[in-house]
Design a protein around this ligand. Structure first.
Ligand SMILES: [Zn+2]
Length: 505
């Protein structure tokens, strides 16, 4: 049984962009790679069919004899949790989906998956929930009816629901012991005051504690978001479109319902820098997260692609800042840009620095801003941009070398953009990024006014006024964004990517 959440910053496998920055750094060290500018990311072009009920079916045949991947993308995440007191429900549902139906119990489901030789998993993010299965392709005919059953006829009684909410609470408590999760929670709620990105995917502690009383609401949540028009099935590997479509139509064709479209508050523009100092109750590595408010991910222009390039230029291992602060002066133990914050709505570009024995967050914050300001004044050398672009592009096909990785890449980019071929568009757009684009996003987006800095100090070293977070920290009552009631919050974990180790609970 599964451990759900891993802290985002440690989840290297996570988003394509995150992976690409790390790979990029490695490749820069080896010399640049020049991919074919006209090449596609995937070796084949997926087909997209939409059933009359709105369910989309993406099929990607690959040369992977006997192996297939089956992903179900639900385009609902923590972002959709707009109602006060109900944060964390998208993630809770990731758990509930393994609790069985009237036809098949949770235990029977797990047994069935094992008998098929299937490896199943799921995770939740701010923007979506993804259910993944890797299995022998010949077993698809036995998998699809079972998947259709749980997506249409999920069934659980109140005691079962309450048991699962306690598992989620345990997950929250376990993750509260991770300093970067507390930092991420504070960064989110400081950078966002109205939009639902202000709360973590796990949700507020008070909301999680209240979940056992929300059995009826949970059933409403399922009806509102687990609908065919909010889901996409992605099947990749040793499969054929016609056969997959026939099975999916047979078993999912009668699924009905329409997605609820919650009105999500628009976050007002940030006009001044924000800063929070935190203190951890015991020994820990001092750390700084600097988050810049950035536009929603888009491929309609080059800004999102240019931000990705900028992340590698400014904060990868080959960057001047890294070379000075980490390699030469050894003032930092590590420096990276998460960039990967690829979101449906305006999100954050995050720079993450682990500090050494004599932390100086102010000097670091100034150095990061100076790096960005310089890029905003002077475009980077064309050769450096070209090398970074080359390596970022190379990392896209490299991150999709198996049916499961290919299906997940399609799912993740589709979740954010709605476009099944978004990865190809990104691949092309990256090639078009110019030094002037990097200069533009640095000067217009990554500015002091858009910055939120979170500094974490170990016990005994924090400046006056630093807020205690982590185990033993007092519970706080703060204004929940965009709502009238005031649910208490506590330091928690964030990041979505609650990943289960395979199987149901
Ligand atoms: Zn979980």
């Amino acid at each position: 049984m599964l451990a759900c959440p891993q802290p985002r910053p440690h989840l290297r496998r996570a988003t394509p962009a995150h992976a690409s920055v790390a790979l990029c750094a490695a490749l820069l060290a080896l010399g640049s790679y020049a991919p074919n500018a006209s090449a596609q990311v995937l070796p084949a072009t997926p087909t997209v069919d939409t059933l009359p009920n709105g369910l989309r079916v993406v099929v990607l045949p690959l040369n992977s004899p006997g192996l297939a991947a089956w992903d179900v993308l639900v385009r609902t995440g923590a972002r959709d949790e707009i109602e006060p007191g109900h944060s964390g429900f998208a993630h809770l549902f990731e758990h509930m989906m393994f609790r069985g139906t009237e036809r098949m119990s949770a235990h029977a489901y797990e047994h069935h998956m094992q008998s098929l030789g299937a490896d199943n998993n799921a995770y939740t993010t701010e923007d979506f929930t993804l259910y993944t299965v890797t299995l022998p392709s010949r077993a698809l005919a036995q998998l699809i009816p079972v998947e259709a059953d749980r997506f249409q006829h999920l069934h659980y009684d109140e005691p079962t629901f309450q048991t699962e909410t306690r598992a989620v609470l345990g997950e929250y408590n376990k993750n509260s012991a991770n300093p970067v999760r507390a930092m991420w929670e504070v960064l989110s709620e400081t950078a966002f005051t109205q939009h639902t990105y202000s709360h973590t995917t796990l949700g507020y502690l008070a909301d999680i504690e209240a979940m056992p009383t929300m059995y009826t609401y949970s059933q409403q949540f399922f009806r509102r978001f687990y609908t065919p028009d909010n889901c996409t099935i992605i099947v990749a590997g040793d499969v054929q479109r016609e056969a997959v479509l026939a099975l999916v139509t047979q078993h999912f064709g009668a699924w009905s319902g329409h997605r609820d479209n919650p009105t999500i508050a628009v976050e007002p523009a940030q006009t001044a820098p924000r800063r929070r100092d935190l203190v951890w109750p015991s020994a820990t590595t001092p750390r700084v997260l600097v988050g810049y408010r950035v536009p929603a991910f888009s491929l309609a222009n080059r800004d999102s692609a240019a931000l990705e390039v900028l992340g590698a230029l400014a904060f990868s291992e080959s960057s001047p800042l890294y070379q000075q602060w980490v390699v030469r002066d050894q003032r930092l133990l590590g420096l990276e840009s998460w960039k990967a914050e690829v979101h449906r709505d305006p999100g954050l570009f995050v720079v993450d620095a682990r500090m050494g024995a004599s932390p100086d967050p102010n000097a670091l914050e100034s150095a990061i801003q100076a790096t960005l300001d310089e890029l905003g004044r002077t475009p980077p050398e064309a050769a450096r941009v070209a090398a970074v672009v080359s390596n970022l592009r190379y990392s896209l096909p490299m991150s999709a070398q198996t049916p499961s990785a290919s299906a997940e890449m399609i799912a993740r980019w589709m979740a954010v953009t709605g476009d099944v071929a978004a990865y190809d568009t990104l691949y092309r757009t990256l090639a078009e990024v110019t030094p002037a684009d990097v200069q533009r996003v640095a000067s217009q987006i990554l500015t002091t006014a858009h910055r939120t800095t979170i500094a974490l100090y170990p016990a005994g070293t924090a400046p006056a006024g630093a807020r205690l977070v982590g185990p033993g920290a007092p519970r706080r009552v703060v204004e929940a964004p965009g709502v009238t009631p005031t649910p208490p919050r506590a330091p928690a974990a964030r990041r979505p990517t609650t990943r289960r180790a395979g199987g149901a609970r």
